[in-house]
Design a protein around this ligand. Structure first.
Ligand code: MEV
Length: 330
């Protein structure tokens, strides 16, 4: 079999419907892949002996193996290349990686895991390395761990598999069957950035100060996630919306919402959303609102824009969406 000269691959972004933060402490979370925005990567052969290079097309930045990364955006990719080469699965020279991503960074949509999954998938595809989705998920987790300390594993799981999942740390992921009805969501970016590791560490500090309160909140969020998974499967969107609102209330009590998140959540509800909550670590980043239909999602999205959202995505969540952007050989 001839080896391709280049291999392009993609990975979805993700939305946590229920369970952020509680998932770090072993409770359940429900996460879904989003086909848009997504990350795309192309790996190509260069000349034998030429150092590996990485080009971040969105930032017009390049890095060549052996050099100190010239910008912070390049650092994760330098780590990714080093750890990839260390596994011995791919050569340590003679290839290049180009990455593009529409997933906003530090926004709760899993940008780090999405670019890592797309990059690894492209490089593995180029060199014919066979890795299952579960292997890819483990590889992305390792990259995330290098960069962010100890993530729960929910982001790499939903993004590498590209399927809705009921996730609990330490247990095999339970992939959710196709929902009876696809979800229509408006996802809005507050424009405020956070560092997931910092928010997770703030929550850990809060838990040290008030363990009973925080553990109680985590427990309740975990129960909401379990019920949310059932409502997702059965297509009970009204119940899903109510549970999202309850989850938001608990995240507010945990101290991870923010003025702009609360404002957009309120605006979505005023526009008739079935439920709305922040997504990801919080303290900025994105929120998501569940709409009754595709047309209603557009109306909610417009309301969110009018109320100051910096960017709004309209998403459809079934089962196939996360599989939409995967592989292409050239
Ligand atoms: C990040 O997408 C979600 C958090 O629960 C952190 C984690 O699960 O590692 C805040």
């Amino acid at each position: 079999m001839t080896r391709p000269q280049s291999f392009s691959a993609g990975a979805p972004s993700k939305l946590i419907l229920f369970g952020e933060h509680a998932v770090v402490y072993g409770h359940a979370a429900v996460a879904v892949p989003l086909a848009e925005p997504c990350a795309l990567a192309t790996a190509g052969l260069t000349q034998a002996g030429v150092p590996v290079t990485v080009a971040l097309e969105d930032f017009k930045l390049t890095w060549s193996r052996g050099e100190e990364p010239a910008a912070s955006e390049l650092r994760p990719f330098a780590r990714l290349v080093e750890s990839l080469v260390k596994t011995g699965r791919v050569p340590d020279n003679g290839w290049a990686l180009a990455v593009r991503s529409a997933v906003p960074i530090g926004c709760g949509l899993g940008s780090g895991a999405a670019v890592a999954a797309a990059s690894l998938r492209a490089v593995y595809g180029l060199f014919g390395v066979s890795r299952s989705d579960a292997d890819l998920s483990a590889d992305v987790y390792e990259v995330e761990r290098l960069l962010h300390g100890s993530p729960s594993g929910v982001d790499n799981t939903v993004i590498a598999h590209g399927r809705p999942v009921l996730f609990k740390k330490g247990s095999p992921p339970k992939f959710l069957p196709a929902p009876a009805r696809a979800l229509r969501l408006a996802v809005a970016d507050t424009g405020w950035r956070h560092k997931t590791a910092e928010v997770v560490s703030d929550v850990a500090q809060r838990r040290r100060e008030a363990p009973g309160l925080c553990d109680g909140i985590f427990e309740e969020i975990g129960s909401l996630a379990a019920e949310g998974a059932r409502a997702f499967e059965s297509g009970d969107h009204r119940r899903l919306g109510v549970l999202m609102d309850e989850n938001q209330g608990l995240l507010v009590r945990l101290g991870v919402s923010s003025g702009s998140l609360d404002h957009l959540v309120g605006a979505a509800r005023a526009a008739g959303a079935l439920g709305a909550k922040l997504c990801g670590a919080g303290k900025g980043g994105c929120m998501a609102a569940l709409a009754e239909s595709g047309e209603h999602a557009l109306r909610v999205a417009r309301a969110l824009e009018e109320e100051g959202a910096k960017r709004v995505f309209v998403a459809r969540v079934g089962v196939a969406e996360g599989m939409a952007c995967r592989e292409r050989k050239d």
